[in-house]
Design a protein around this ligand. Structure first.
Ligand code: ATP
Ligand code: MG
Length: 319
């Protein structure tokens, strides 16, 4: 089930975290991230997403396991690793009275990099913050504040960027905008790991998706494979003439008759892309058997349905 990734940019092995008081936030996480990919970590509240990111970024002290980034053990090569990592935390945090541009400059300085006004301008322009550069942060809207957080995380040109719920509380338009920005970063070669509650975000942006629940990664896979493996296909053939029974010639297919025999419904596919293929074959078989249909509607399960299915049937998903 775990896809082997050669030469990962991030390699997490058996990572555990038990908080003081006995709260087990991570129960042995293995995760490898490919260079240049966008990886979306999906999971409900309290799943362990922020803890996992915190462990990589040095904000959370792991209880056990190892983390390698850029081929280096994170604990032993802390400074070297940290300056190549950018983090946009879930909680907004900055000096609200400070000006946008000063905060972004300051972040770059934190990593000991020489000042580079051209780079700061580039980052601010890319995030449409250039016009707001002299505004105190407290005057910005919530979505704009989140952009400043991203600008800060980019100021030192990280190779690996963590975005912990980057679009929480951001309106639809700004969210689309941010997806674009994130896509542009990927195009520049930045590897991105984001957490989200929005399935559509993972669906829209990610190359790969990991589902985490109760400190355990339930599954990681290419987005398309998850869709194919777990996705079911439903197809409704609207018949020209009502049917009283499914003809023996079609007995092979998982079919039901609905709407008083006016609708022939296919529900199948085991996740190998079989569903789509069978629907196409079924359409030919119908024609071959002189069964006319006037309409066809198909639907694939969304990541959201898959996700809910995984969380309610973890044993099956792990099989
Ligand atoms: N500082 C802390 N001390 C004790 N328990 C903590 C601490 N931080 C997190 N936890 C617990 O660890 C578990 C994982 O929390 P975490 O914040 O990593 O989840 P999350 O997936 O990021 O959730 P959300 O989607 O709500 O942001 C939860 O049970 C949480 O209550
Ligand atoms: Mg979180």
């Amino acid at each position: 089930m775990v896809t082997a990734i050669s030469d990962p940019i991030l390699d997490i092995r058996n990572l555990t975290k038990t908080y003081k008081g006995g709260n087990v936030a991570l129960g042995g996480v293995d995760l490898q991230i490919r260079k240049g990919e966008i990886f979306a970590l999906l999971g409900p509240n309290g799943a362990g997403k922020t803890t996992l990111i915190g462990a990589v970024c040095g904000l959370v002290r792991p209880s056990g396991g190892t983390i390698e980034a850029f081929g280096l053990d994170v604990e032993q090569n802390w400074r070297q690793v940290r300056r190549r990592i950018g983090l946009v935390p879930q909680e907004l945090s900055f000096d609200m009275f400070d000006k946008v541009i000063r905060q972004v400059r300051y972040s770059r300085g934190l990593f000991g990099l020489p000042s580079d006004e051209a780079r700061i301008e580039e980052v601010l322009r890319a995030l449409s913050l250039w016009d707001k550069r002299d505004e105190p942060i407290r005057k910005l809207s919530g979505g704009m504040k989140r952009r400043v957080m991203i600008a800060k995380a980019l100021a030192h040109d990280p190779d690996l960027l963590f975005l912990d719920e980057p679009t929480a509380g951001v309106d639809v338009e700004l969210r689309r905008d941010m997806w674009e920005q994130i896509g542009a970063l990927r195009a520049r070669g930045v590897t991105i790991i984001l957490t989200t509650h929005y399935i559509e975000e993972a669906e829209e942006m990610a190359d790969r998706v990991g589902v985490i629940n109760k400190g355990q990664i339930l599954l990681t896979d290419d987005k398309a494979s998850i869709m194919a493996r777990l996705g079911r296909t439903e197809a409704h053939f609207i018949l020209a003439e009502p049917m009283t029974a499914i003809p023996p010639a079609l007995a092979y297919y998982p079919l039901t008759l609905e709407d008083d025999g006016m609708k022939l419904v296919y529900r199948g596919g085991d996740g190998t892309g079989k569903g789509k293929r069978e629907v196409a074959e079924l359409a030919q078989d119908l024609t071959r058997n002189q069964i006319a249909f006037t309409g066809l509607e198909t639907a694939e399960s969304t990541l959201e349905e898959i996700f809910v299915g995984l969380l309610t049937q973890p044993a099956e998903a792990a099989a």
